[in-house]
Design a binder for this molecule. Sequence first.
Ligand code: ASP
Length: 309
Amino acid sequence: MPKVLILGTGGTIAGIASDPGRSWAYRAAQLGVDQLVSAVPELAGFDLATQQVAQIDSKDMGWATWQALGRSLESAMGDDAVSAIVITHGTDTLEETACLLHALHDGLKPIVLTAAMRPATAPDADGPGNLAQAVRVAQAAAQRGEGGVVAVLAGRVWSARDVRKAHSHAIDAFDGGGAEPLDEHAPWPMPQAQGWRVLRQSRPPRVEVVTSHADADGWLVDAALVHARASGDKLDGLIVACTGHGTVHQKLEAALQRARDVGVVVWRTSRVARGGVQPREGDAWPAAGNWTPAQARVSLLLELLSARP
Ligand code: ASP
């Protein structure tokens, strides 16, 4: 039977509420990954290994945790005894980690992200069911010889390319930004195989996100440029969460032009929940496709990293 390695990073799936009747008042990232596994009787029959990579609320996700995760994944990829990997994660930034892994993984083994919207102590805890399904999906994919990155949440399997948090508190909180979940037997999208090495860079480029909205006059962009000049902490990229299909307030656009003039790379995404901003011929500003603003930020910083000498 294929062995599944479960990497724990924290999140609500590992959260505890002091009063189970008030499950919204909890602390994320309290239980170890071993405890999560032993709370699911169904997993007793599986060949599993566990490793605690981090123990954080994923709202605090960042480069150092991604580096630790990358180290564990790189060694799991080279370990013939491991056939598939499940990662327990917080829901808040799961889409960013999914985007990162989709870019770096070579697709030879399955990686399945899972999470929960209720802490482990809640009467309606969704973590145990999600974890059990994630292990089943990971193992079945390994048996079929399937690789890639997916997220398993609330009974559905999402490609890492599409998945995003779409509801702030419902148990069924994720969607594909207009894309459908994967069918049980559909092939998984091929990841981009950029390799884990980029995570060895001690510091990622600085890429920030700005939103276009009524009265958006570029004040934040100009303030960032002034600060970057004064501090020497260079601004490398800007992701714009645009209105509609990639439109920007004309005053913000003027500020973005000033940023571009000093070498800042600007990409457009949409602040609308579904559809993204699809690239079109003659675009003055590059469009990031279906990525959310937060995912496009990850994607741009990887692109800037790969261009570093
Ligand atoms: N703040 C939590 C986290 O992202 C939320 C969750 O997991 O649902 O870690």
